[in-house]
Ligand binder design. Structure first.
Ligand SMILES: Cc1ncc(COP(=O)(O)O)c(C=O)c1O
Length: 357
């Protein structure tokens, strides 16, 4: 029996995608083989890969100025690859808003000097510093930020209006709502939240930016090389790419990102409204920076945490434990989590409150 899984990633997949994959697992469309057994250079597989790329492009209104790469290595690899490819443009600028931007900065610092434009570490990353408080040193070096901090549950809801090439870790926010790709020189995301199974990393990158990739790094680390080779410089994560294609079709079938945004806004509002109306639960994040995808919350009495987790597990609500670094609870409510799951979570939370509050 499938249960509601609020895991932050790898996360819940849309059920129709899992079912279709199951049907096709042994043999893909009279090909005599599973997708996972196909050569990545075969016509059969190239069609699957190209269709997935086109569907993602349709969903995000990909402009001709940008390319999409299907890579391995996770978002964490990009923390290193971005400065390897682009730090020669000048000392990069980083916004520090939580655990993931902190990791991105720590990795980049092994490669280059950089400037942290602002930080919300002073208040345990419960907000995103306002633009007026940022100190940018350069207009030409890239600017990096994490649009949605998965662990702290904070989001910068607007794209900064600055001249620098903007590089964004959108791992836990991509495809949750429409994006204007032209605002970015590079967007990247590990697949395991809103895209598909772990192992695939999506990079959406401006062609002019690709032209500026450093030539002094091995090909496998070079974004321009990946683009020139259609993400087939080496064997890509073929099965994850195929499943991501199914997720893109599922998103199209429900009405694309505009529709997904409405569904997500309703889900998040129901949960935040409930938390705010209770004195038993609370969410520490500034209202204007609250995440659409990751909702952390704490119980007034932390001694009840383990009981909350045991009882929610028994109520078929899985993976509500907050990240070990911040404690408390977190409900990750990515695209594949329906409103019904939120409603069931709230029913449970109310019952728990009346039992122990
Ligand atoms: C915002 C963000 N960045 C980076 C990562 C790291 O991703 P990966 O495990 O794909 O390297 C995560 C993973 O949860 C994340 O949420």
């Amino acid at each position: 029996m499938r249960k509601w899984n609020f895991c932050a990633g790898p996360a819940t997949m849309p059920e129709p995608v899992l079912r279709e994959t199951q049907e096709e697992l042994l043999e893909w469309k009279n090909s005599g083989m599973s997708v996972m057994e196909m050569s990545h250079r075969s016509d059969l597989y190239m069609n699957i890969a190209n269709e997935a790329k086109k569907d993602l492009g349709d969903l995000i209104n990909l402009p001709d100025t940008h390319d999409i790469l299907f890579l391995q290595g996770g978002a964490t690899s990009q923390f290193a690859l971005i400065p390897l490819n682009f730090s020669h443009l000048g000392e990069p600028e980083y916004l520090l808003t939580g655990s993931w931007s902190k990791k991105a900065i720590a990795e980049a610092e092994k490669i280059t000097k950089l400037n942290v434009v602002a930080s919300s570490a002073d208040d345990r990353f419960t907000y995103v510093p306002e633009y007026k408080d940022w100190i940018l040193k350069s207009k030409t070096s890239y600017f990096h930020y994490v649009s949605n901090e998965t662990i702290q549950g904070n989001t910068l809801h607007t794209v900064p209006n600055i001249p620098n090439p903007i590089v964004c870790d959108m791992s836990s926010a991509i495809l949750a709502e429409p994006i204007n790709v032209s605002d970015f020189s590079m967007i990247y995301a590990g697949a395991q939240k809103n895209i598909g199974p772990a192992g695939l990393t999506i990079v959406i990158i401006e062609k002019d930016f690709l032209d500026q990739c450093s030539g002094n790094i091995p090909n496998i680390f070079n974004y321009a090389q990946h683009s020139m080779n259609g993400s087939m410089l080496n064997t890509p994560p073929t099965f994850a790419w195929y499943m991501a294609g199914k997720v893109f079709k599922w998103l199209k079938s429900i009405g694309g990102l505009e529709k997904m945004q409405l569904i997500n806004q309703k889900k998040a509002k129901t949960l935040y409204d409930f938390i705010d109306s209770s004195s038993f639960y609370s969410n520490p994040v500034r209202i204007e920076n609250r995440s659409l995808m990751n909702v952390p919350f704490v119980l007034q009495d932390a001694n009840l945490d383990s009981r909350f987790l045991d009882e929610s597990f028994n109520a078929n609500l899985l993976n509500l434990k907050g990240h070990r670094s911040v404690g408390g609870m977190r409900a990750s409510i990515y695209n594949a989590i329906p409103q019904e799951a939120i409603d069931d979570l709230i029913i449970f939370m109310k019952a728990f409150e009346s039992k122990y509050g």
